[in-house]
Design a protein around this ligand. Structure first.
Ligand code: NAP
Length: 444
């Protein structure tokens, strides 16, 4: 018998559990830990609320979760309730599937001003993550600046641009829906420090921007390279460029003449944030430095030109990537924002998968091969039957420490209550407070 602990119940955690079941069948016991009483990590707290089709992948995890050789051990937090060393004492292998939940720091003056948020916080807020429920972003100014040219920047810009009706059928939480419905934001500027050929935005997500009801995206034609220059690009990037070219219909409309409801989403390329300026502790403008591309060993780099200009803005969301949260005594790769590992192995007995292993890149599906390859390593590193106590040992420790463990069947009760509380047409109304989740789990 093998006893495996997976820390983190997002896609990487569940794909790894699925791989363990494939590898050992009834000869393995897998416990999947999560700090929250609810499973599925990024699917619940990261994927945009209007991307329900992506969230349906959780059905696949549910079939793994319901296998009797797998347990969900919710509401148990590493560092608070037990340590990695203690887990290693109980289980043959500990696999960190803790993702990359922290924002990469926006290292410019003024980044700590009020109403300046990292995407982990802002996305966590509109997705009802308990940690960010009290963020209270103010959407009372005409202009918002979104920093970064990846898909998270597109998610944030899209949600800021939506009319209340466009949230129908989504599971956006009530507090965020109410804030978006009252929003005064009518101009969203997306800053990219490099050019259109260097974007990390994918075509499907750009297409969604083009399909918004009251908003229109605008690219300055002067920012686009000549069309022939797109030919050598990878096929997806070429498709993305086709969208940007479609958005290049001229300068953004004059805000004074625009329909009061209309929202303009402006792409500003070759534009690096230089400083955030504030008044009374809150952002009032972003100072931007015009850049030019310089060729470097890893591809074109943004170099400052010294030319500065200001964008008056009352909200800034920095979507410049994420990083794993370091854990004491576990080697960490600062530059990659992940645990130091070789193909998922931190050391024999301790592994990492998903964003904790690779850094915050790739699609949800990229985590599946990751999980399978790490389970192969566990199989080759460790003999069968190390004599660890596994589940029984953890259960004894949980009782001794009076941990309020939430099981998968408890989560199903939470889910049932969330579905019952849903607004018309919405799949669920998420609980945003851990105490409410635990209360729902305790109901008979
Ligand atoms: P990302 O794709 O790595 O994009 C980060 C962006 O931030 C890049 O444009 C980067 O520019 C820019 N940036 C980094 N540091 C900066 C700085 N100091 N100043 C200004 N700009 C800076 O990260 P992400 O958008 O967070 O997405 C993470 C992963 O999740 C990606 O794989 C993404 O595709 C995926 N995702 C997918 C979906 C979807 O499929 N619908 C939705 C959301 C996220 P440089 O290129 O110049 O470094």
């Amino acid at each position: 018998m093998r006893h495996i602990a997976i820390v983190g119940s997002g896609p990487a955690g569940y794909y790894t559990a699925e791989a363990a079941l494939k590898q050992w069948g009834d000869h393995v016991r897998v416990d999947i830990f999560d700090a929250l009483p609810v499973p599925f990590g990024l699917i619940r707290s990261g994927v945009a609320p209007d991307h329900q089709h992506i969230k349906s992948v959780a059905d696949r995890y549910e079939s793994t979760a319901l296998n009797s050789n797998v347990r969900f051990v919710g509401n148990v937090k590493l560092g608070r309730d037990l340590s990695v060393a203690e887990l290693q004492g109980l289980y043959d292998a500990v696999i960190l599937a803790t993702g990359a939940p922290a924002d990469r720091a926006l290292d410019i003056p003024g980044a700590n001003l009020g109403n300046v948020f990292g995407s982990a916080a802002f996305v966590g807020w509109y997705n009802g993550h308990p940690q960010f429920a009290d963020l209270h972003p103010q959407l009372d100014a005409d202009t918002a600046v979104v920093i970064g040219n990846g898909n998270v920047a597109l998610d944030v810009a899209r949600l800021l641009a939506k009319s209340p009706e466009e949230f129908e059928g989504t599971d956006i939480v009530a507090h965020a829906l109410a804030t978006f419905a009252r929003s005064s934001v009518r101009r969203i500027v997306i800053l990219g420090r490099r050019g259109p050929h260097q974007i990390a935005m994918t075509p499907k997500e750009l297409a969604e921007l083009a399909a918004l009801r009251r908003s229109h995206p605008v690219v300055d034609p002067a920012d686009l390279p000549p069309v022939e220059a797109d030919a050598p690009l990878d096929v997806n990037l070429r498709k993305s460029l086709a969208y940007l070219r479609g958005f290049a219909i001229g300068p953004a409309p004059d805000r004074d003449e625009a329909d009061a409801e209309e929202v303009v989403i402006e792409f500003d390329f070759l534009a690096a944030p230089h400083a955030i300026l504030g008044i009374d502790g809150r952002v009032e403008a972003v100072e931007v430095e015009r850049t030019r591309l310089e060729t470097g060993p890893g591809g074109p780099k943004a170099a400052g030109t010294g030319e500065l200009y200001r964008i008056p803005a009352g909200l800034v969301v920095s979507c410049i990537g994420y990083q794993a949260t370091p854990i004491p005594d576990i080697p960490y790769d600062e530059q990659g924002g992940r645990f130091a590992n070789v193909d998922g192995r931190i050391r024999p007995g301790l592994y990492c998968v998903g964003w904790a292993r690779r850094g915050p890149t790739g699609t949800i599906g990229s985590n599946r091969p990751d999980g399978f390859s790490v389970i192969d390593k566990v199989a080759s590193d460790l003999p069968d039957n190390l004599g660890k106590s596994g589940r029984a040992g953890f259960d004894a420790m949980a009782e001794e420490r009076d941990l309020k463990v939430v099981k998968f069947t408890d989560w199903q009760k939470i889910e049932e209550a969330e579905v019952a509380a849903a607004r018309n047409g919405s799949p669920r109304e998420k609980f945003v407070a851990v105490e409410r989740m635990i209360e729902a789990a305790a109901r008979t």
